[in-house]
Design a protein around this ligand. Structure first.
Ligand code: ADP
Ligand code: ZN
Length: 608
């Protein structure tokens, strides 16, 4: 190793420890830092929570001048700057939310080389006045965050990103780092093309999120199952619950509030102001649950969201990955929980059919939804499928998802499926599931008698299965497209092409057994909090963190992450020196908070 590399390494580790309170670099962080310190460009693809920020923050501290961070997420800049200031790093931002005087002040700091990092929106960066300001400043590096925004095919395209190419032309000696959590090859190529990063070193990190436990179930009474899940795992935690419609968001938020949770709604039908209030409470308070449509989440940087629950089906695996990825950014155990039912499958397919756009577009949507349903229904490791979707192969099952822990029992459903399909056929391909199930189990009612369906060959032939099992069977037949739901028939089912070979006996069908009612003890998934015996200390530390946070009007996690508190509980430091060894306790925070937290630990001992 050359002396220079060694020196940089030393310096980088020093900063990591003294500023951030961490002992080691993660994954490729160290190489990325080296690359930039040496004046070379880098393209970094890392999942959310992977630790991208350090990759440009530390080189900005090592190199002369200020690191310019370009980000479209204006709403986040204040938080980022607060978090950096709490670490003793000199940071500021420039965007449309600043008034004239605030702007002048930041510009002065920039010119006087009084900043380590400056966050800026792309539209402001591209102005001639700002570019000329940069000409007169010393620049350590350019960090282009959310770099997938240059992609015209993606969903976050920003035309201002197209002009970022000029940075290289104007400042050829300033290294650039482009960062994104969007993995696919097409986006990657576009970033390289549009930003002129052909000679950048590419750092591609696994998209696995090992701390997230995936659980997907289909069945009935989703709401009650959600409550069981929250009660068993997350009563004291922050979480996000996604629902399909605004109305459902309101209902679920109300319902959870009545159960005693702090559950706040978030959807596009609310006023901007109310949305901002709810989002703010989610960030600064603890154990707030946001119930939201998918409008919520872009740019939410809260590290300690302990679970993301879906009471609806995401449209695509990408969306599912992105939404669940908002859980556990701090690397601590977190849960991704999804429950869906037959109605969800039907509505999602109809929405796909009715969406605007040409047939190709519809087909594309349809295939993506089918992949998502495949993920839901599969009986093997979820993580393997998720990663495979992002072109990442993993040889072994993960051991940390529902299907790994509890392989779903399957059964030979061929015979039953034939009965179910014949019943659809014999009743004229126009009835919904409840009706069909009543015919199969021979439950008489007026409509059936009126239609003469108590006389047909599938009447009362299905007593070997319960009504719930028949419904589950129909759900799966729908997922696997043996039947489809006709929108003109209000949920009536008809057979598809696939039904024929199954009916004529040329095929066997293995299906998931219907999920038994979940017992509470069977719900153990992922937990963060320390063992029960130490819970009082953990709660006391949390309470202290909360009171400091309230006093300073900052989110609690800016003081310490949960992970740091958990470590305090297990190490129980008795001196400032011991406190300094806890991960997440850097010099500035040790100074500012160390004594108070030690005090709480001491009191805890005294009370034992
Ligand atoms: P990203 O921007 O990739 O989503 P962040 O940069 O916000 O991720 O980092 C996620 C979390 O991981 C943050 O809480 C950060 O402090 C923490 N982190 C990053 N690098 C390290 C490290 N080397 N050791 C411990 N924690 C780290
Ligand atoms: Zn698995």
């Amino acid at each position: 190793m050359s002396t220079r590399i060694k020196e940089t390494r030393q310096q980088a580790l020093e900063i990591l420890k003294s500023k951030y309170g961490y002992d080691q670099f993660r994954f490729q962080q160290e190489d990325i830092v080296q690359t930039l310190v040496n004046g070379k460009d880098a393209l970094v693809l890392m999942p959310t929570g992977g630790g991208k920020s350090l990759c440009y923050q530390i080189p900005s501290l090592i190199r002369d001048g200020v690191g310019i961070v370009i980000s479209p997420l204006i709403a986040l800049m204040q938080d980022q700057v607060n978090a950096l200031s709490a670490l003793g790093i000199r940071a500021a931002f420039l965007n449309s939310t600043l008034d004239h005087y605030e702007r002048i002040k930041v510009e002065q700091q920039l010119l006087n080389n009084q900043l380590d990092l400056l966050y800026i929106s792309p539209e402001r960066l591209n102005t001639t006045s700002f570019l000329s300001l940069l000409n007169r400043s010393t620049i350590a590096l350019f960090a282009i965050d959310e770099a997938h925004c240059v992609s015209q095919w993606g969903h976050d395209f920003r035309s201002d990103y197209m002009q970022l190419q000029q940075l290289h032309e104007r400042f050829p000696n300033v290294p650039r780092i482009a960062l994104t959590a969007t993995a696919d090859q097409r986006t990657r190529n576009e970033i390289v093309q549009q930003l002129g990063l052909q000679s950048a070193r590419v750092f591609l990190h696994s998209f696995d999120r090992p701390n997230i436990f995936y659980r997907i179930s289909e069945g009935e009474s989703n709401r009650d199952r959600l409550w069981q899940f929250i009660q068993a795992n997350h009563l004291l935690d922050a979480g996000i619950i996604y629902c399909l419609s605004r109305k459902r968001v309101d209902t679920i938020a109300d319902w959870l509030s009545k159960k005693g949770c702090v559950a706040l709604p978030y959807h596009a039908g609310m006023s901007t102001k109310q949305r901002a209030i709810n989002q703010h409470r989610f960030l600064v308070e603890e154990a707030v649950v946001i119930v939201a449509t998918i409008a919520f989440g872009m740019g939410i940087d809260k590290p300690d969201v302990r679970y993301v629950a879906h009471l609806c089906l995401p449209k695509t695996i990408e969306a599912y990955y992105q939404e669940t990825g908002r859980a556990g950014r701090d690397g601590q155990p977190a849960n991704a929980w999804l429950a869906y039912g037959m109605q969800d499958v039907i509505s999602m397919r109809q929405m796909g059919q009715q969406s605007d756009g040409n047939e190709n577009h519809k087909l594309n949507l349809h295939q993506k939804l089918e992949s998502m349903l495949g993920l839901c229904e599969q009986v093997t490791c979820r993580r393997q499928t998720l990663l495979a979707y992002f072109d990442e192969t993993r040889d072994q099952p993960c051991g940390h998802c529902d299907t790994c822990i509890n392989p779903p029992p399957t059964w030979d459903a061929t015979e039953a499926a034939r009965m179910a399909l014949s019943c659809v056929y014999r009743t004229g391909q126009r009835f919904g599931v409840s009706y069909l199930v009543d015919v199969l189990i021979g439950k008489p009612h007026d409509r059936i008698e009126h239609n003469g369906h108590d006389k047909i060959s599938t009447w009362n032939i299905g007593n070997e299965l319960s009504a719930a099992e028949w419904r589950s069977l129909y759900r799966q037949l729908l997922v696997y497209s043996y039947v489809e739901s006709d929108p003109d028939l209000h949920g009536g089912l008809k057979l598809t092409q696939l039904a024929k070979p199954l009916l004529s006996g040329g095929e066997t069908l293995m299906l998931r057994k219907v999920e038994p009612r979940i017992k509470k003890s069977g719900l153990k998934t992922a937990r963060t909090a320390p063992e029960v015996a130490d819970q009082p200390l953990f709660n006391a530390l949390r309470a202290l963190r909360k009171s400091i946070a309230d006093e300073d009007s900052i989110p609690p996690y800016v003081i310490f992450h949960d992970k740091t508190l958990v470590e305090m509980v297990s190490v129980q430091p008795t001196s400032l020196t011991e406190m300094a060894s806890i991960s997440g306790v850097g010099d500035k925070k040790l100074d500012k908070y160390g004594a108070e937290f030690l005090g709480v630990i001491r009191d805890h001992h005294a009370n034992l």
